[in-house]
Design a protein around this ligand. Sequence first.
Ligand SMILES: [Zn+2]
Length: 154
Amino acid sequence: MGYSRSGYNLGMRVYHCLLVLGLLVLAAISLPAATPPKNETVRGKLVVHSGEATVVETSEHQRIVLDGDQPTRKVLHDPRVNGFEVEARGHFTAPGQFLVDPQHTRALVVLEHGKPKMITYWCDVCYIRAYAPGPCVCCQKDTDLELRDLDDIR
Ligand SMILES: [Zn+2]
């Protein structure tokens, strides 16, 4: 008799554990899915005008305003990237407004003959590579735009 009773308690305890576990799993599935927005990719030609927001013009002639973190913004305002075919990973913040993922995730690439290339800036004096345009951190010389293969970045 005592046996069956403890067996019942054990069964209830296991049932409760499973219930709690199930709720945790449900919470784990539903919570993160609700917060980060859907990841998307936009592709097209960069149109850089000084004093204006940089847009990417898709093959359907749709113009999407690009924004991003500080280094991405600097790249987007570099007149030398004007006309490049690019692919950007991120998400829409509003219709026609696209926020590029953080630069360290290599979310913005140039498509050169269909091959993804990273936009980098090279100082040929110091052999230092940067990921935003501007003077070299070491000698202050203006860095040169250089497109590099994603697996060939030193
Ligand atoms: Zn330098």
